[in-house]
Design a protein around this ligand. Sequence first.
Ligand code: G1P
Length: 285
Amino acid sequence: MKFKGVIPVAGFGTRFLPITKAQPKEMLPVIDKPVIQYVVEEFIDAEIDNILMITGREKRGIEDHFDKSIGLEMLLKDAGKDEILKKIEEISNISVFYTRQKDRKGLGHAILQAENFVDGNPFITHVGDTILIADKNPLKELMEIYNKHKKPVILFERVKKEDIEKYGIIDGKKISDKLYKIEHLVEKPKKEEAPSNIAIIGVYLFDSKIFDCIKRTKPGVGNEIQITDAINLLLEEEDIYAYEYAGNRYDIGNPYLWLTANIEFALKREDLREDIVKFMKNLNL
Ligand code: G1P
């Protein structure tokens, strides 16, 4: 069975204005790569190379990034800059499909735009502004669970109480070490009303049954078609699992987390580590 990849990138980066006024938040750099490239590379590493991005206005920079840049490639070749040339060619060799979400009606509505592309196959949706770094690729783990149970599965993380209202929250029963069976979901509840602190982190494995549920979903929080509400409808028909993510997660739409991601990634780079450490020691805070 061939899994497809769906990356919604249509959302405004309101937490990061004004830089996101004309630039997609997914194009923000973490060191020298845009966030979206980390996400695409995670799919490629999981051997999912059939990828659709759900874009919107102001998101053209993403398409340009994955396009071939003949002039630049020739320039690098002539200058003998083989190492960077290889990197640039690798990016443009990735084949990505695009479709626009013409009305911004929420994440559920964005995912619905993938129905024709998915064409009856199971697929993984991964929001385009989050980088996941773990020992094992979490997309591979989701596929293993799907292959075993043949049911949708979504990634979760436990979050701090004060962060609960930023997420879709899961009420479920633990069935093994990191696996839960979902009973109900609530989109962005108040912390006093939340059934748990188990948060959806924007990575979902669905099959095409989700599309009918999205079509039946009424506008919810923020007057948007929420994927969380569509999953609740799907729960009336079948079991859905939630799997605990164990690794680092960088939600780049948040300026503080974007900055800390850059520092952490720089500390992992041989060519930057020493200078960064020196810089930080000299800050004398
Ligand atoms: C969306 C989902 C929410 C999920 C979150 C993860 O919210 O609606 O359920 O927890 O992504 O990033 P957004 O962040 O787009 O408001």
